[in-house]
Write a new protein. Structure first.
Length: 261
């Protein structure tokens, strides 16, 4: 399903019709093409946006790399036709839901998911999985895009937020005046603006109804390096520690995944 000419939700089903292998929400799989004239298969890793409970297909949220030139791999993906052959490898990756603290006890802190662009893909898998297992953990998704039409899964997420008081959805658009944002009446600016305090609190804190601290919230960030740097610059002064520089006891409050697709 195409959301824009260069952004789509794609599904891949095993050729033999068998079930999708077990994986954890947040993991990725490598997709591969054998290009004409090449002996080897070329692979690229993509986060899986479908939940582990979906056994019929893998779902991906992918942007077509068109600048400065069209990417060879994503061009092949976007030009695929039904029943075309695509190679794949078993799911892997450690960007999964943190449900235990360093000491082994249950981590019941609010899960705040911050994504830019297609970095939202693993979080869709998270959220659908948590819904499927009946989790009672509080979750918030902050998703920043350039244009409103790039808010993939928007309808599903709005419905989830209306039906589940434990989940909150905060989307934002950085180019609200563009034709592809026509009619947008929500928040504007990059995703990190939802975390920046205005007067006494941030939009995130207004949404959850309390001050966000390392004691009550665990962040997962997935997006461009610029997004990660901006979010960390806001969270670090508040005492949040990332998994790239854990405390002596192994604890951390922010899990990071750079995502440039």
């Amino acid at each position: 399903m195409h959301l824009t000419p260069d952004l789509a939700i794609l599904r891949m089903q095993p050729e033999d019709g068998g079930p999708i292998p077990d994986f954890k929400a947040g993991q990725f799989t490598a997709l591969g093409f054998r290009f004409p004239g090449e002996d080897r298969v070329t692979y690229r890793a993509y986060s899986i946006s479908s939940p582990p409970e979906e056994k019929r297909y893998f779902e991906f949220y992918i942007k077509w790399a068109t600048e400065p030139v069209k990417g060879k791999f994503t061009s092949a993906l976007f030009n695929m036709k039904r029943d075309d052959v695509l190679y794949w490898r078993r799911p892997a990756g450690a960007f999964t839901i943190e449900d235990k603290k360093a000491d082994g006890t249950i981590d019941a802190r609010r899960l705040v998911l911050v994504a830019s662009g297609t970095g939202v893909a693993p979080f869709i898998s998270y959220l659908l999985h948590l819904k499927n297992i009946g989790s009672k953990r509080k979750t918030v998704l902050l998703h920043g895009v350039r244009y409103a039409k790039e808010l993939g899964y928007r309808d599903i997420l709005k419905k989830m937020a209306l039906e589940d008081g434990l989940f909150k959805y905060l989307p934002t658009v950085s180019r609200p005046d563009h034709e592809m944002s026509k009619g947008w009446k929500g928040s504007t600016g990059r995703v990190e603006t939802l975390l920046a305090a205005k007067d006494a609190s941030s939009q995130l804190e207004d949404a959850v109804g309390e001050k966000v601290t390392p004691e009550n919230s665990l962040f997962h960030i997935c997006g461009y390096q610029g997004t990660i740097d901006a979010v960390i610059s806001i969270l670090s002064p508040l005492g949040f520690v990332t998994n790239r520089s854990k405390r002596i006891d192994g604890s951390f409050d922010v899990k990071i995944e750079t995502y440039g697709q």
